[in-house]
Design a protein around this ligand. Structure first.
Ligand code: SF4
Length: 378
């Protein structure tokens, strides 16, 4: 299959691994490994699935970043979604990945088993169609994701506004990639030497959210595709920059990503949304201007108005999302690259894909789920 087989070619992988080995050997010696953070959960999945971390020399290490939208969903948003699903005459529409994320009082899947109306959908348009077909039902779309999913959500809201649909609204937890990266780079306990950037986010945003990394922190970024050869090429490009003492953004994923991104995809987002003063991230806490909220002209589509204790615009729920249900849970440390999944005391015991206690065990893009699926021996 074009664009797949050539990027999984074993000879190409072997050549890249040898080039990485030579490049890594030329790096200045130091006590701890050179740490490369793959920002995106899709990359984390590829790394574990193909064992790419095991192909790297000892002085190079992947650490896993916060770019999995399900993993950063705070429990309080799940609580809100469950509360909305339990309202009479209401249908809560969600991507399948979010169904099993545990809130303080259970997941959407459990709520559905208890009688709440919850529907798995594949795109915001599916939720919009539900609202069109069922005018007596209040349809709530749980909008999650980064800059990649925001355009489709914005287009659905604009269509609902155009059609005068009053039974469609959105529980919005759309987030932006730059603020969590700023938070990670401000953490003195983290030593990140370079970043593997998310190619699909760059497809929309271009280089803009990553420009501060070389400019303010003098660290290289390589925007990468999602196949093994993509990721290994990206590692090689990062090592070349590190060896030469350079720090700039390079695009490995040239078949998709561009420096400027896609202004046509950003336009509806800018029309419908504005940065919220504060948004909450599981594991990272509250980060300023890190999420999107509806602009005043689209407030009619804000599902939080349906909640009994509707929060003020720009503030996300009051429950402390950084507090996990089990105090032994180490989701926050894994999400910020400080721990490997297997170092959490719950991993593979109480917390498994069948019994997830943390969000990182729910999504296939979560570091714990990927580690469990491809690395855990039982
Ligand atoms: Fe969180 Fe479970 Fe991973 Fe521990 S094993 S960090 S509780 S998802």
């Amino acid at each position: 299959m074009k664009y797949v087989d050539e990027f999984r070619n074993p000879e190409a992988v072997a050549r890249l691994v040898e080039a990485i080995r030579q490049r890594a050997a030329a790096l200045p010696p130091r006590q701890h490994p050179w740490q490369l953070m793959e920002i995106c959960g899709g990359h984390t999945h590829t790394i574990f699935r193909f064992g790419l971390d095991q192909l790297l020399p000892d002085n190079i290490e992947f650490i896993h970043g916060p770019g999995c939208p399900v993993c950063v969903l705070p429990q309080s948003v799940i609580d809100q979604a469950v509360a909305l699903a339990q309202r009479p005459d209401t249908l809560l529409c969600s991507y399948g990945d979010a169904m099993r994320v545990p809130g303080h009082h259970g997941s959407l899947l459990q709520a559905r088993a208890d009688g709440a109306r919850v529907q798995v959908i594949y795109s915001p348009r599916d939720a919009l169609d539900m609202a069109r077909r069922h005018p007596d039902t209040q349809v709530v779309f749980l909008a999650i994701g980064f800059e990649t999913t925001a355009p489709a959500t914005a287009l659905a809201i604009r269509a609902a506004a155009r059609e005068g649909l009053t039974n469609f609204c959105v529980l919005c937890h759309l987030v932006l990639i730059e603020p969590p990266l700023r938070a990670l780079l401000a953490d003195p306990d983290l030593r990140i030497d370079g970043f593997v950037g998310p190619g699909h986010v760059s497809l929309v945003t271009g280089n803009a959210p990553f420009e501060f990394i070389p400019a303010e922190h003098h660290k290289p970024v390589v925007i990468s595709g999602f196949e093994p050869v993509d990721l290994l090429q990206s590692v090689l490009l990062l090592l070349e920059q590190l060896q030469q003492g350079q720090a700039r953004i390079e695009i490995q994923y040239r078949r998709v990503a561009t420096t400027q991104g896609n202004p046509g995809a950003r336009a509806p987002v800018d029309d419908v949304f504005e940065p919220a003063p504060l948004a909450e991230w599981r594991g990272l806490g509250k980060l300023p201007r890190s999420g999107l909220q509806l602009r005043p002209g689209y407030q009619a589509f804000d599902a939080t108005h349906l909640l009994p204790d509707s929060p003020a615009p720009g503030t996300l729920p009051t429950a402390d999302s950084t507090t996990e249900a089990d105090p032994r849970c180490r989701c926050a440390a894994v999400l910020s690259g400080k721990l490997k999944p297997g170092q959490c005391p719950l991993f593979g015991r109480e917390c498994t894909p069948d019994t997830p206690l943390g969000a990182l065990m729910v999504s296939s893009e979560g570091a714990c789920a990927a580690w469990y699926q491809y690395r855990h021996q039982g």
